[in-house]
Design a protein around this ligand. Structure first.
Ligand SMILES: C[S@@+](CC[C@H](N)C(=O)[O-])C[C@H]1O[C@@H](n2cnc3c(N)ncnc32)[C@H](O)[C@@H]1O
Length: 233
């Protein structure tokens, strides 16, 4: 077992935290989700393919180790942009999608011009943003007119039985296994707490409408424990 880390996590510190767990991130992601995370990213890609839109420039934000982008590469876009504030996470992404363009930045301040990208994806990233409203403004700014935004995020299921199972797993099992594998209990406790905190405070669907996105559609997986939100500019 590794040495425990002691620091208090705030949203501003999350890129540092992701730097620390980057090496173990993929392996643990697979384990904690029983491999389902790969299926969810595939489903999101298939959903986007089914829109029959021609996405020339694809920007994956909060891209982490690049698993979402590795899947999106199947769409054969002309250009792929990978954005994340954690250098160590991006270094791993570079090994999976070496021909993409990499930008170290936060979603709240994206160094891209307006009306630039055809598609923005964010997989399991929005709950880490320090200012979600600002990030959504940025997404709207850099998207081309009629461009698409797709967000995938955890959520506490509405139905009581799946909600109890989900809460137990995320609250107790995730931090425990996270600690056993990385020695970083704080990081995995934060990841678990951020799911509950985010679910309680934010309704992504109505926020997207408030930020002028149209045609907002929601798809549920594992009884609403994971949701995909798709919308247009
Ligand atoms: C749970 S990981 C998800 C990574 C990847 N999208 C995936 O599907 O595995 C969350 C990512 O959000 C990034 N992040 C944290 N704060 C951010 C911010 N303000 N803007 C953009 N990304 C951020 C972290 O560095 C981390 O790589």
């Amino acid at each position: 077992m590794k040495q425990a880390k002691t620091y208090v996590l705030t949203k501003e510190l999350t890129p540092i935290m992701f730097n620390e767990i980057a090496e173990e991130y993929d392996r643990l992601d697979r384990k904690l989700s029983f491999g389902l995370d790969l299926t969810w990213r595939k489903k999101l890609t298939q959903y986007l393919k089914n829109t029959n839109k021609n996405f020339e420039i694809v920007s994956d934000i909060a891209a982490g180790t690049g698993d979402m982008l590795a899947e999106l590469k199947k769409m054969n876009a002309k250009k792929y942009i990978v954005i994340d504030p954690s250098v160590n996470m991006l270094n791993i992404a570079k090994t999976k999608v070496p021909d993409a363009e990499f930008i170290i930045a936060k979603a709240e301040e994206i160094p891209l011009p307006e009306n630039f990208t055809d598609l923005i994806t964010v997989a399991f990233g929005v709950r880490n943003f320090s200012d979600i409203n600002r990030a959504f403004d940025e997404f709207y700014r850099i998207l081309k007119p009629e461009g698409k935004l797709a967000i995938m995020e955890f959520s506490v299921p509405k139905n009581i039985i799946p909600a109890l199972g989900f809460k137990f797993y995320v609250k107790y099992v995730v931090p425990f296994l996270g600690y056993m594998h990385t020695g970083n209990y704080q990081a995995y406790k934060y990841l678990a707490e951020s799911i509950f905190d985010f679910s309680k405070r934010y309704d992504i669907k109505s926020m997207l409408s408030k930020h002028n996105f149209t045609n907002v559609k929601v798809r549920n997986f594992i009884f609403g424990g994971v949701k995909i939100y798709c919308c247009s500019k």
